[in-house]
Design a protein. Structure first.
Length: 261
């Protein structure tokens, strides 16, 4: 068994990789830490991608005292809380379950973030920050060897456990790859940012309808692996870190509430 306080201290130290960063200003409406306080004594922790009432029910069925997700409960636009918002919070409070959410911090983390791990899986070790929508969410870097787009798409299919959408409008041989998981549609300045960095392939989760023609006109390759699928990666790595830190003291489980988007 571990305590909520012990788990919170460990996750805070692990996830807040840059002490100078004010995450509340970068990602003010999303959770990046402990969001709901539950039972102080924890024997099992459940991990998943997105908080929802259905996910909480599955977590409760697995007899856990805490859940850790990428997408926590997003704060409403106003203090007039919607019914579903209250139901989600209410379910956790009634069942004394703690909730941790790591949104920006799990996108951008240089070691166990989704994007850093995607590049690592593709053999890219040296990487630099990649910005979109005004924040450094992702990473990009050069591979040690030139690889075909077809081969990289095949690797992505294996990593994401689904067939990705591939817009092959750039070079067929890939050297420089950028990754911003989740909702990574790029327009205007962000798209130009990729071109300025001479990125051959951009990997993201989901894109909007107009992105295909922008990719064609910009002559750049894009792989859309799915919002959910690209953001399982960091959650699984985070679970492994917790398992190693509290080996033999706490049980862990990843609950796959698969989302095709």
């Amino acid at each position: 068994m571990v305590t909520l306080s012990q788990l919170n201290r460990f996750l805070t130290k692990l996830m807040h990789y840059d002490p100078k960063m004010d995450v509340s200003k970068i990602d003010e409406r999303n959770a990046n830490g402990l969001q709901v306080n539950g039972n102080e004594d924890i024997e099992k922790i459940v991990f998943g991608v997105t908080a929802s009432e259905e996910f909480f029910k599955l977590a409760k069925k697995s007899n856990c005292e805490a859940v850790v997700v990428h997408h926590g409960i997003r704060m409403p636009d106003s203090p007039h809380y919607q019914k579903f918002f209250q139901r989600r919070y209410g379910y956790l409070i009634r069942n004394d379950i703690s909730l941790f959410g790591y949104h920006f911090l799990l996108d951008s983390h240089p070691e166990i973030g989704h994007n850093a791990l995607i590049l690592k899986y593709l053999g890219i070790r040296t990487k630099k920050e990649l910005s979109a929508q005004g924040a450094n969410w992702g990473w990009y870097g050069k591979s040690k060897k030139v690889e075909s787009l077809v081969m990289i798409a095949s690797k992505c299919e294996k990593l994401f456990k689904r067939k990705p959408t591939v817009y092959d409008f750039g070079e067929s041989k890939i050297k420089t790859v950028g990754a911003i998981s989740g909702g990574g549609s790029l327009y205007g300045r962000d798209l130009q940012n990729l071109l300025d960095k001479e990125i051959d392939l951009y990997i993201t989760g989901e894109v909007t309808e107009g992105v295909r023609e922008l990719a064609r006109e910009a002559e750049i390759n894009i792989i859309a692996g799915g919002h959910y699928a690209t953001e399982r990666v960091g959650v699984l790595a985070l679970m492994d870190k917790v398992k190693r830190e509290f080996k033999g003291k706490v049980k862990t489980e990843f609950i796959e509430l698969w989302n095709e988007v």
